[in-house]
Ligand binder design. Structure first.
Ligand SMILES: [Zn+2]
Length: 323
């Protein structure tokens, strides 16, 4: 493909501002109608992010938490049955990282100041309420959250801590869990964030633990190791960035994404990828109806109309399964 010039980029953005459709922009700038996807890529890079205030739509929060392990007395290593009276300290939240889609800032908070290397901090009760309150505010504000395994882990863990310290529940939100999308629509060798982002993401792959491998990172954080906390922060922030990249890659395959149209005042159809351009692509059929089918010109996500195209007479002639 010939290199796209700055003049072409400017022309594409100006035509979009003027309300011209992508295929017509393609013809005006590149001389052919078939470069709508190039137009979309230019707009995605140079127009949507910079000029369109996405906040008028849904507030979508990508987030991830890290927790401290439970501590207990135990007699062995393998298949232990640990009674409640053998526990020394319950888990708590160590850190969270979050990012609003459409805003470049990666937010992060932790409770590293609680860990001064003393036994009290390493093995005693630790107050995580400060960072629980700040993540609560973000969840309360969010219309939709994006997590990896958050339906089973992150949200439930946070809710457990919220209720334990007497907080009210945050306002409800919809939840996109990339682990559930992966399980439902794909057969990857592993559904772990590390594997999926390594294979699929170009910009942000989940960081592999560098200086402190595996559990050592958690142990060193609890012992107040400053370098370990720096790595925890980097790792937590990167998880959110790579998760954000991943959700846009997986989303076109999912038929369970929330309908973003609800969050806009306009009458456009808003794809999760940010595009509002759809082209008709055949029809979608149920056993008794026929609908126009559309594909997002940006990411290829599919949607269908709600208007049944079959005539009254045709509908009358249909028979269906008796049971
Ligand atoms: Zn799309």
């Amino acid at each position: 493909m010939a290199k796209i010039t700055q003049e072409q980029i400017d022309a594409v953005c100006q035509l979009k501002r003027d309300g011209v459709k992508h295929r017509d922009i393609s013809e005006a700038v590149f001389g052919v109608r078939s470069k709508a996807s190039t137009v979309w890529h230019i707009l995605n890079k140079h127009y949507y992010d910079k000029e369109v205030v996405k906040a008028v739509g849904a507030k979508i929060l990508v987030f991830d938490i890290e927790t401290a392990p439970n501590l207990s007395h135990h007699w062995g290593l393998w298949q232990q049955n640990i009674g409640l009276n053998m526990t020394v300290r319950d888990w708590f939240v160590l850190s969270w990282s979050a990012k609003w889609i459409g805003n470049d800032e990666v937010l992060y908070e932790d409770i590293r100041e609680k860990f001064d290397g003393s036994a009290e901090a390493a093995f005693g009760e630790v107050d995580d309420s400060k960072i629980l309150k700040s993540i609560w505010k973000l969840l309360d504000e969010a219309d939709i959250v994006v997590t990896q395994n958050g339906k089973k882990f992150d949200v439930k863990k946070l809710f457990a801590r919220f209720v334990m310290i007497g907080m009210k529940p945050p306002s409800t939100f919809k939840h996109i869990d990339t682990l559930l999308i992966a399980k439902r629509h794909f057969a990857f060798t592993s559904n772990k964030l590390e594997f999926m982002t390594d294979k699929l993401c170009k910009k942000y792959k989940k960081l592999k633990h560098a200086k402190f491998s595996g559990f050592d990172l958690w142990k060193q954080c609890l012992l107040g190791n400053v370098e370990a906390w720096e790595e925890m922060e980097e790792y937590n922030r990167y998880d959110v960035l790579s998760l954000e990249e991943l959700v846009f890659i997986l989303a076109p395959y999912s038929n369970q994404m929330p309908n973003l149209d609800m969050y806009y005042e306009d009458h456009e159809n808003h794809c999760f990828c940010g595009s509002t351009e759809w082209e008709q692509d055949g029809f979608a059929y149920t056993n008794l109806s026929k609908f126009a089918r559309f594909k997002c010109t940006g990411c290829g996500a599919e949607r269908r109309d709600r208007h049944n195209l079959l005539s009254k007479d045709k509908r009358k002639s249909l028979v269906m399964n008796s049971l």
